[in-house]
Design a protein around this ligand. Structure first.
Ligand SMILES: [Zn+2]
Length: 67
Protein backbone atom coordinates (compact mmCIF):
# COMPACT_ATOMS: atom_id res chain seq x y z
CA UNK A 1 0.00 0.00 0.00
CA UNK A 2 1.34 3.43 -0.88
CA UNK A 3 2.08 5.81 1.93
CA UNK A 4 2.39 4.56 5.44
CA UNK A 5 0.97 7.56 7.15
CA UNK A 6 -1.92 5.58 8.50
CA UNK A 7 -4.60 7.70 6.91
CA UNK A 8 -5.79 5.23 4.37
CA UNK A 9 -9.45 4.57 4.06
CA UNK A 10 -8.99 0.89 4.46
CA UNK A 11 -11.35 -0.55 6.97
CA UNK A 12 -12.33 2.81 8.36
CA UNK A 13 -15.90 3.00 7.13
CA UNK A 14 -18.77 3.88 9.38
CA UNK A 15 -19.90 1.01 11.49
CA UNK A 16 -21.30 -1.39 8.97
CA UNK A 17 -24.52 -3.07 9.90
CA UNK A 18 -25.03 -4.08 13.48
CA UNK A 19 -27.24 -1.06 13.84
CA UNK A 20 -29.68 -1.83 16.54
CA UNK A 21 -31.70 -4.61 17.96
CA UNK A 22 -28.68 -6.48 19.18
CA UNK A 23 -29.74 -6.51 22.76
CA UNK A 24 -28.26 -9.88 23.46
CA UNK A 25 -31.53 -11.72 23.50
CA UNK A 26 -30.92 -14.77 21.44
CA UNK A 27 -34.46 -15.99 21.25
CA UNK A 28 -37.78 -14.36 21.75
CA UNK A 29 -38.59 -15.99 24.99
CA UNK A 30 -41.92 -14.59 25.89
CA UNK A 31 -43.70 -15.34 29.10
CA UNK A 32 -45.77 -18.47 28.84
CA UNK A 33 -46.72 -19.21 25.30
CA UNK A 34 -47.29 -22.35 23.40
CA UNK A 35 -45.32 -25.39 22.53
CA UNK A 36 -45.50 -27.23 19.27
CA UNK A 37 -45.27 -30.93 18.72
CA UNK A 38 -42.90 -31.57 15.84
CA UNK A 39 -44.39 -34.98 15.32
CA UNK A 40 -48.10 -34.35 14.98
CA UNK A 41 -48.33 -30.58 15.04
CA UNK A 42 -50.37 -30.33 18.18
CA UNK A 43 -49.90 -27.33 20.41
CA UNK A 44 -50.07 -27.02 24.15
CA UNK A 45 -49.63 -24.16 26.55
CA UNK A 46 -46.93 -24.32 29.14
CA UNK A 47 -46.09 -22.52 32.30
CA UNK A 48 -43.37 -19.90 32.41
CA UNK A 49 -40.13 -21.51 33.42
CA UNK A 50 -41.04 -24.85 31.96
CA UNK A 51 -39.27 -25.43 28.68
CA UNK A 52 -41.26 -27.02 25.93
CA UNK A 53 -38.56 -29.64 25.67
CA UNK A 54 -39.77 -31.03 28.97
CA UNK A 55 -43.37 -31.22 27.96
CA UNK A 56 -44.81 -34.20 26.18
CA UNK A 57 -47.39 -33.91 23.50
CA UNK A 58 -50.84 -34.65 24.87
CA UNK A 59 -51.69 -36.49 21.70
CA UNK A 60 -48.70 -38.57 20.75
CA UNK A 61 -46.34 -38.23 23.68
CA UNK A 62 -43.43 -36.74 21.75
CA UNK A 63 -41.37 -34.05 23.38
CA UNK A 64 -42.48 -30.66 22.22
CA UNK A 65 -40.57 -27.69 20.94
CA UNK A 66 -41.05 -23.97 21.38
CA UNK A 67 -43.49 -22.72 18.83
ZN1 LIG B 1 -47.78 -34.89 19.03
Amino acid sequence: MPGKDGTGPQGTGPQTGRGGGQSGRGQGLGPGGECLCPACGATASHSPGTPCSQIKCPKCGSLMIRK
